[in-house]
Design a binder for this molecule. Structure first.
Ligand SMILES: C[S@@+](CC[C@H](N)C(=O)[O-])C[C@H]1O[C@@H](n2cnc3c(N)ncnc32)[C@H](O)[C@@H]1O
Length: 267
């Protein structure tokens, strides 16, 4: 199992023009109550989403296990004048979540839930979510809707090749993506191949490898339910449309499962 660890310095430039990332934050902001909410963002990265949520007046805590991503997030917070009481960044593994408080909202954006590729990891993550979610709180999930045509191929190369410019390094980088699929483990082994040239014309190669699972709607329901959580609403895209076979996303608003009769609430 390889967890996602981005090249922190590439991250913002790399995803700056990704269409879904222009749409996810406005969608979630549109679903937040106007009243100031406490929000926990799991795997906050460079605070791409956390900053606009905090700027909208909510109190955000962002957790990530990558110190270099958090470092960039801190620089960005300082640049826009956000204080720790608005956006607090915590260096912690989301699988061992221990913040000592509960939140109105917990979120995990941009397919990051799929980094947790085994049932054991999923259970550990969701146990943390359950412990940190207020009794009437909402947990938001945003993952891609599995495309059966794509998943049927055991190997894909040269997917969505692209070029991005990284101002902090004054570097133009080409990225090519390769995916090897293991349908038994239900895992995609993803490799980002990066290529760039220095001032002397010398060519450089770097790569990032990580695993991403895929989750079907009924599977999501069952994984949540075995951890005491229930899907309250489900969308297929950021326009608020219902989930259909060809929807690009599975966006789920999740809450605590109602306690069964004779069962004492564990919250
Ligand atoms: C694709 S980035 C998403 C960042 C941000 N949420 C966004 O939407 O732009 C995934 C992030 O998940 C973090 N991550 C992966 N596994 C983690 C874990 N177990 N605990 C905390 N952070 C984790 C990585 O360090 C990385 O910053």
């Amino acid at each position: 199992m390889k967890r996602y660890r981005a090249f922190a310095q590439y991250y913002d430039a790399e995803y700056e023009r990704a269409e879904m990332l222009e749409q996810d934050v406005p969608f979630f902001l549109g679903h937040l109550p106007r009243k100031r909410q406490s929000i926990l963002e799991l795997a906050v990265g460079t605070a791409r989403a956390a900053i606009p949520l905090a700027q909208a007046g909510h109190r955000v805590v962002g957790v990530d296990y990558a110190a270099d991503m958090l470092e960039l997030a801190r620089e960005k917070c300082a640049a826009v004048g956000l204080r720790e009481r608005d956006l607090k960044l915590v260096h912690q593994d989301a699988l061992k979540l221990d913040l000592g408080e509960t939140f109105d909202w917990i979120t995990i954006f941009f397919n990051t839930l799929l980094n947790f590729t085994t049932v054991e990891e999923f259970d550990a993550l969701l146990a943390g979510v359950k412990r940190h979610l207020k009794p009437r709180g909402k947990f938001w999930i945003d993952i891609f809707n599995p495309d059966l045509h794509r998943l049927a191929r055991d190997h894909d190369e040269h997917i969505e090749p692209g070029v991005f410019y990284v101002p902090s390094l004054d570097r133009t980088v080409q990225r090519d993506t390769e995916i090897v699929r293991d349908p038994i483990e239900q895992v995609q082994h993803i490799t980002y191949h990066y290529r760039w040239f220095d001032r002397d014309g010398a060519e450089h190669h770097e790569k990032v490898q990580f695993d991403l699972t895929y989750i079907f709607p009924r599977e999501l329901q069952l994984l949540l339910e075995r951890n005491g959580l229930t899907i309250e609403r489900m969308y297929g895209n950021y326009d608020g449309s219902a989930l259909k076979a060809d929807s690009p996303r599975i966006i789920a608003m999740v809450k605590h499962s109602p306690a069964r009769r004779g069962q004492t609430a564990r919250r």
